[in-house]
Design a protein around this ligand. Sequence first.
Ligand SMILES: Nc1ncnc2c1ncn2[C@@H]1O[C@H](COP(=O)(O)OP(=O)(O)O)[C@@H](O)[C@H]1O
Ligand SMILES: [Mg+2]
Length: 579
Amino acid sequence: MFDRRLFDLPKIKGTLFILMILTGIQALAIVAQSIFLAAVIVDLWSRHAFATVLPSLAGFALAFMLRQLLVVFKNTLMSHFAGKAVENFRVQLLEKYAAMGAPLITKYGTGHAVTSLVAGLDNTKNYFQLLLIKMFDLSIIPWIVLIAITYFNWIQGLFLLLIFPVIIIFFIILGLAAQKKADDEYANFKNLNNRFVDGLRGLPTLKQLGLANAYGREIYTISEDYRKTTMRTLRIAITSTFALDFFTTLSIAVLAVFLGLDLLNGKTILFPALSILVLAPEYFLPLRNFADDYHATLDGKNALTDVMAVLNRPEPTDTKLLNLDTWRSDSQLTLKDLDFYYEDEDQPTLADISFQVAGYQRVAIVGESGSGKSTLLNLLAGFLMPNDDEVIAVNQEILPHLDQEDWQKQYFYMPQSPYLFHDTLRNNLVFYTPGVDDDVLKEAIQQAGLKDLVDSLPDGLDTVVGEGGRQLSGGQSQRVALARMLLDPSRRVLLFDEPTAHLDIETELDLKKSMAPVFDQHLVFFATHRLHWLNQMDYVLVLRHGHLVEQGKPAELLAKPDSQLNSLRSELQQGLIHE
Ligand SMILES: Nc1ncnc2c1ncn2[C@@H]1O[C@H](COP(=O)(O)OP(=O)(O)O)[C@@H](O)[C@H]1O
Ligand SMILES: [Mg+2]
């Protein structure tokens, strides 16, 4: 029930020590409050003068106030502590996302990232704060109260002691059932978030395809699912609260009956009996509070698990192995017998990939959809790690992976849809090269074929683009990315992942005219299934189901009728395989 991970939080030990002391004092205050109250009632019952009751009354008031004040102190202490711990996690998470970047987001989804950073961490804070307070209440207060009760009447004390484990077992059984439901609920919640973010992003596409309503219904179904799982969790939570309240109240009633009988038989007098009766609910109260909040904190527990899963993902160490100033005409990159498995997959996505490229070669990576082109590019970009060591070498320097600082300074990566930040067009263009000369910028805009666009915008380069700004077409976004490349001639390696896949053929051919000159004096990896790009390339890697089935000069391979490249080409033309 107690989460061991809590002990790893910074400064937890000191905080818990203070919490323990405060809870101990609170327990004593509760005992004092009850005994003073019993004394006041007994005195009034015996018709003593009101003045003789005053000291007990003052004692009661003091103890009562102390007890309530301690609740406030404890909450403030733990809220402060939990807030700090969670802020710490938030920073760590952001750093982790920044450090690991694309692979992490790809694995868990954007919605998931947002959920854990916002709602997830808020739940975690609740969890730290509530759970720790209630845990300490539960482990200290009932026992001090019990000692007081036993002091008055050991048989009653024994009865309460024996009833406690029975109630706890009951609670654990219901708690386990609720845990399962809460897990489902949280999984649904994350699913809902990912689908929602997806839906927002894909809204234009969905609209075009006339699928927006269907997707809307799907979101509705998922949120209904979420509602139902939430209600199921609540149902169990409420049932278990009810059961717990019922049993504790019943126990107190039984106790009261026995106390009444003892009083009637003259075995006891009013003061101890009344003290026990007032103390008994206090004995059960921490357990009831714990149970109430236990269900509420399950969300936080799950969120913490998620946060820890992301934080504990190993970050690549050895990112400074490579020593490379610039990629030169005589530089070499070698892959030897590279295998790659995605997590949880038993089939390799890439198997036995070996090739060597040198200098400013232009390398096409071709293959049908799903053949592993993007995976290979991600390995080349250092986003993914090969499964074995010593399969990659740059200039004969053997490297475990390409997540190397010196390598990352060499390349540009152009995805299918380059990301435009919500910022001016100018700032988007000079993203990698802030402070670049206006003349140079103009030249790059000209070369990337963006001049017409810039001229047509009322605010020119100061137009805000990206999400919420002026929308650029797919081809225009590619041109922005191209201009970014042109502005930074120091990066000599270009990685393209099907940059034209979603463009119509006219736009693509138009873009090709601007793009081809950029390839000069660069090492280029260009993943595509549009084989007309082969004219621009001087080497080709043919992938099929993750195997490198052929490599060589495009012209030579195309001249061989039985080459893999030719069979890929005819299969693509006949529509036998997917683009
Ligand atoms: N994150 C991932 N986890 C598991 N499998 C993946 C992941 N990404 C891609 N794959 C699988 O790996 C194979 C190669 O995918 P990919 O490299 O994207 O191919 P391509 O870019 O050639 O279309 C496919 O079967 C795909 O389903
Ligand atoms: Mg791909």
